[in-house]
Design a binder for this molecule. Structure first.
Ligand SMILES: [Zn+2]
Length: 51
């Protein structure tokens, strides 16, 4: 099963590789698009959906 995350800005990522991969990409996205916004690991976990 793939994992999906949607950012508040509309950016969406689907990964078949699981939570660790999602977390890695959301951190990169946040750094590039939302500098100053800190996504804690706990918060990110809650944003991840199984698709
Ligand atoms: Zn975003």
């Amino acid at each position: 099963m793939a994992k999906m995350i949607s950012c508040l800005c509309g950016w969406t990522l689907i990964s078949p590789q699981g939570n660790e991969d999602i977390k890695k990409h959301i951190q990169i996205h946040a750094k590039d698009y939302h500098p100053g916004l800190t996504e804690t690991e706990d918060k990110v976990e809650k944003m991840i959906k199984t698709v």
